[in-house]
Design a binder for this molecule. Structure first.
Ligand code: ZN
Length: 347
């Protein structure tokens, strides 16, 4: 039976978590994703980002993966709720945590304010791959996706214990040292993996098995959130903190918690990177981007595709997705799954 994240709400009196993985975590996710990209899609990503003039961040993929947090902090609180889905541990209801899945504005960067990270990923993924998206919106959709793919895998961005996503749970780290639970999962567990984001990414990606990659790519944003919620329940909250923001004295970490937390965080970063890479590969498979950084509104199907489609009874999108599957060496169910998703995104 499908894991049920049923009923009830969040809409608590508290805002959601303030941030997700720290800068390093988001950079690790982007670096793993970049290594997953096809050469053609990597060039398209770079061409889109080359058109960015926003000084909040650098314009390489890893730096841009931190942009959405900087954007929110610089006068754009209307985007704050897009960074998480506060599913309550004691009454999990994704639909409620997603504010009833409101219809997105057009473009999706225009809101609404009350929208969750699951839906924002879906909206921006769709925009990124749509042929009619404006150059400016395509850039925004890419920048939000680079960040939100990471957020959605931070367990405390997919769960809540009436404690502001762990922000008001104080941990005792020995002596007088304390840290809140959310910050521990944003930064401490990632810092423990190493000092250089690119090196961490290479190390993590090197241990991903083909079976893991295939399994992870099969999921969509809601399944990612459910998975992160399970990590929250089975690892994060094994500290035993009571619900709410009145936990009193700092909570001591149980024996072995650091080790379990680091392993879980590493796995979440790997999943996020693989899925972000897959999402970009699919969304940008058909979109044509000028390598000068000036983005034309996207183009016609590949030469001859219409003729071939007419002959075979298949659409140009179907043919192009088959060609992309060939290029990636996909077979069997993996190929079928890729083509289904590719064609859906091309609509
Ligand atoms: Zn964020």
């Amino acid at each position: 039976m499908r894991i049920l994240i049923a009923l009830a709400v969040l809409v608590s009196a508290f805002p959601g978590p303030a941030s997700a993985w720290g800068y390093k975590g988001h950079q690790v996710v982007a670096d793993i994703a970049r290594a997953e990209l096809t050469p053609a899609v990597r060039a398209k990503v770079d061409a889109i980002l080359a058109g960015d003039t926003d000084p909040l961040t650098g314009h390489d993929m890893a730096a841009e993966a931190t942009w959405a947090d900087a954007f929110r902090s610089h006068g754009h609180r209307e985007t704050a709720q897009w960074h998480f889905v506060d599913t309550e541990l004691d009454h999990p209801d994704v639909d409620a945590a997603c504010f009833g899945h409101p219809t997105a504005n057009s473009p999706a960067s225009a809101g609404p304010e009350r929208d969750c990270v699951i839906d924002k990923v879906r909206e921006f993924e769709s925009e990124l791959g749509a042929l009619g998206t404006s150059p400016g919106e395509r850039l925004l959709s890419l920048k939000f996706l680079l960040h939100f793919a990471g957020d959605l895998h931070q367990p405390l961005h997919a769960s809540d214990n009436h404690d502001r996503g762990g922000n008001c749970v104080l941990l005792s780290l020995g002596g007088v040292r304390t840290q809140n639970l959310h910050a521990y999962w944003d930064t401490t567990v990632v810092e423990a993996l190493g000092s250089d984001p690119a090196a961490i990414a290479m190390m993590l990606r090197g241990r991903i098995t083909p079976a893991q990659r295939a399994l992870w790519q099969a999921a969509d944003a809601q399944a990612w959130a459910q998975e992160a919620f399970i990590v929250a329940r089975s690892v994060v909250y094994t500290i035993g903190s009571p619900p709410g923001c009145d936990s009193g004295a700092p909570v001591a970490l149980p024996d072995g918690y650091d080790t379990r937390a680091q392993a879980a965080a590493a796995l979440q970063l790997e999943r996020a990177g693989v899925r972000l890479g897959e999402m970009l590969n699919l969304a940008l498979a058909r979109v044509q981007i000028s390598t000068t950084g000036i983005i034309p509104a996207v183009t016609a199907p590949v030469a001859g595709a219409s003729d071939r489609a007419a002959e075979s009874g298949r659409t140009p999108a179907s043919l192009e997705c088959s060609a992309e599957a060939d290029q990636r060496g996909l077979h069997g169910k993996e190929r079928q799954r890729f083509r289904r998703k590719c064609i859906r995104l091309a609509r």
